[in-house]
Design a protein around this ligand. Structure first.
Ligand SMILES: Nc1nc2c(ncn2[C@@H]2O[C@H](COP(=O)(O)OP(=O)(O)OP(=O)(O)O)[C@@H](O)[C@H]2O)c(=O)[nH]1
Length: 431
């Protein structure tokens, strides 16, 4: 018998209806600087491209200090609140002191794996285990909905509507939610469908959306240094991600240098120095409040002179207001290009998954100020809103290079569409 049409508006009208009825992006789950404050008074315009206002210091890496398994704990609390003004001086590192150095410097070959220096006890988990564990909140809320909706029930309009709601709630985005419900309903209307079948279709559709954006970050060895500019709002995980990436690059045998371009926060400079020590990468830094573009230029000179392969430049996640932040980023890019017209070779926007739909406006904002070439999504472990990555992929098509599911150095891995799709749907690892 032919499938009966659902007794409800078509998908398009449902799409427009829903858009009209639920435009407000959900608030972040935890109060944080998910957005850049707008209503603050404008900061004094930055001086012209003053490239050498104050000497930069290069903290020589203590390559003797092995990378550790435990990432720098943040700088929580006040740092994540909207900025009221500059942070008081003396916000020193809130990191554990790096472990004592061993006798010999670790080469990428000899450097101990991050876990080696970490506290014992915890069994080593595979990436799949970390990923599924990290994404449990997102996947269980989806799984519960699917199981609740499709257990011993025929597929009808109400079920589809409810499923669509659950998908939108998980931040997958309206378009993707519609595509998934259409795929599920195709040929199955008024028939029974098991939760497992629904999850398989869900995973398949999510994978289709993600596959085009799951692209590795390729370091062009011809570019020396290969310059990576890290941008994102404060608290998104930029500094931590720089540390984790540095560790990966070092393990690949690359010579890495870090530039403490978040001169807005003293703690960020210190945090980066700690990471530099841990992974064996020198850190170019100036005092808090120094001109970040000038610092970037110094770092480029340093990096070229020392034969560095990869230079990672940290940037401030907030200034007095959005316009100030954007102006600073644009200036950094301008100054970098004076040194090397092809740089930055990658501009990575770090996004915190817990902000949900707010990530959409962050992408729009940062794309205007810096030519964002790829995304890194952090904190997928702290949220039920992991679906936002799917919504971003559908909307912007920007490459997603890495995802983070925890604070540990091993909790950041290259993004793989199938793994993510199966994890979000609550399925087992692909064979
Ligand atoms: N749970 C979890 N925490 C993370 C992840 N990535 C980073 N963090 C934590 O998020 C906090 C903020 O990270 P930072 O690297 O300081 O963020 P930032 O963007 O540099 O912030 P500013 O320096 O304020 O601009 C730290 O406590 C990190 O350990 C992740 O994938 N999962």
């Amino acid at each position: 018998m032919a499938d009966t049409k659902p007794d409800k508006p078509g998908f398009l009208s449902r799409l427009f209806g829903r858009k009209a009825e639920a435009p407000a992006p959900a608030a972040p789950e935890t109060p944080r600087a998910g957005g850049v404050p707008e209503a603050m008074p404008s900061p004094p315009a930055n001086a012209a491209d003053d490239l050498v206002p104050a000497p930069s210091t290069v903290t020589q890496a203590s390559p003797d200090t092995p990378p550790e398994g435990k990432a720098a704990p943040e700088v929580a609390g006040a740092d994540l609140q909207p900025v009221e003004g500059r942070e008081p001086e003396g916000g020193g590192p809130r990191e554990p002191v790096p472990r004592p150095a061993p006798e010999t410097a670790p080469t990428p070959e000899t450097a101990p794996a991050p876990e080696a220096a970490a506290a014992p006890a915890a069994p080593k988990l595979s990436w799949w285990q970390r990923l599924t564990e990290g994404m449990r909140r997102t996947s269980s809320s989806l799984s519960e909905s699917v199981t609740g909706l499709f257990t011993k029930r025929k597929l009808d309009a109400d079920t589809l509507e409810e499923l669509e709601d659950a998908l939108v709630q998980a931040d997958l985005g309206v378009e993707t939610a519609l595509r998934i419900t259409e795929a599920i309903s195709a040929g199955r209307y008024d028939k029974e469908i098991s939760p497992q079948e629904v999850k398989a279709i869900l995973a398949g559709e999510v994978e289709k959306t993600l596959a085009p954006v799951a692209r590795p970050l390729v370091i062009d060895r011809e570019r020396k240094p290969f310059v990576i500019l890290m941008v994102g709002v404060n608290g998104a995980g930029k500094t931590t991600t720089i540390g984790k990436l540095s560790q990966k690059f070092r393990q690949q045998g690359l010579k890495v240098m870090l530039a403490a371009g978040d001169t807005f926060r003293a703690a960020a400079i210190e945090q980066l120095k700690v990471w530099g020590e841990r992974v064996g990468a020198p850190v170019v830094a100036r005092q808090q409040g120094a001109d970040a573009a000038g610092l970037a230029y110094d770092a480029l000179e340093e990096a070229r002179a020392s034969g560095t392969d990869v230079l990672l430049i940290d940037t401030a996640g907030r200034l007095q207001n959005k316009a100030g932040l954007m102006a600073e980023l644009e200036k950094i890019v301008r100054v970098i290009r004076k040194f090397d017209a092809s740089a930055p070779h990658a501009t990575l926007l770090v996004l915190d998954a817990t902000v949900g739909q707010n990530a959409v406006s962050q992408v729009e904002l940062f794309r205007k100020a810096a030519d964002v070439t790829g995304l890194v999504m952090t904190k997928l472990d702290g949220t039920a809103r992991g679906g936002i990555l799917v919504a971003l992929a559908a909307r912007f098509g920007l490459p997603v290079h890495f995802i983070g599911v925890g604070e540990g150095v091993e909790d950041l891995e290259p993004f793989a569409a199938r793994d993510f799709a199966r994890a979000i749907a609550g399925l087992d690892e692909a064979a």
